[in-house]
Design a protein around this ligand. Sequence first.
Ligand SMILES: C[S@@+](CC[C@H](N)C(=O)[O-])C[C@H]1O[C@@H](n2cnc3c(N)ncnc32)[C@H](O)[C@@H]1O
Length: 223
Amino acid sequence: MAAKVGRWTGGAETENAMEQEHAPLWQRMIDCIVEPSLSDKDVLDYGCNQGGFLRLLWQQKPFRKGMGVDIAAESVANAESRKPDDALSYRTLDVLDDCEAAFDVAFSHEVLYLLPDLAAHAKTMRCVLRPGGSYYAAIGCHTDNPFWENWKKLIAAYSAVPVQTYAPEDYLRAFDDQGFSVSVRPFMLQDFIPVKPDNAYMPRVVDSIHYHTQYKLLFRFAV
Ligand SMILES: C[S@@+](CC[C@H](N)C(=O)[O-])C[C@H]1O[C@@H](n2cnc3c(N)ncnc32)[C@H](O)[C@@H]1O
């Protein structure tokens, strides 16, 4: 089990900015869920940071119980203090040791590229999901994203954990090896995409279009 860290990045300010930037992407993930309803499902958000994804999911597709987990203890405490209902809880990673077959649907948004051992992660997810369960993992950080060489330096400058370099096939193989049936779709954000001048990650306006429609992927790992 990885050691806990306080926060992921340069503190609350950075995490609040990430929360705002990621909200439209969380919405897209929710729109891509194939399960018609989550009302009888227990859900997990792996790498939940300050908990925003599960709060949005709760508003739009209420679930039975939802848990967010993260390596960053202060971010988890922030999430726990903002939860709208006791059906949601936020914990540090070690809670998963006692979660065998505890969830029906799991999510992670831009977390896999920070995990030093993808095989161990796939094994954990196989263990915590019930038969028939599924795991949606959104990931734009991979070697077939032409911006990645630059991004990995930018992210490494402030990430609290080392940044890994994976190809999409590394994600595929890790989950296939654990017996998941793997499918993938382009994330294909179908909305106005927020753009700002002087964006070090996507300097040209068309970079934002290409990233959100072509390079960012949404995997579905089904048990
Ligand atoms: C880029 S942020 C994404 C956060 C959130 N999913 C979102 O969409 O805003 C990556 C998150 O993964 C968490 N993280 C990093 N390593 C982790 C690990 N080994 N296990 C669980 N979470 C981890 C970080 O603390 C951080 O909150």
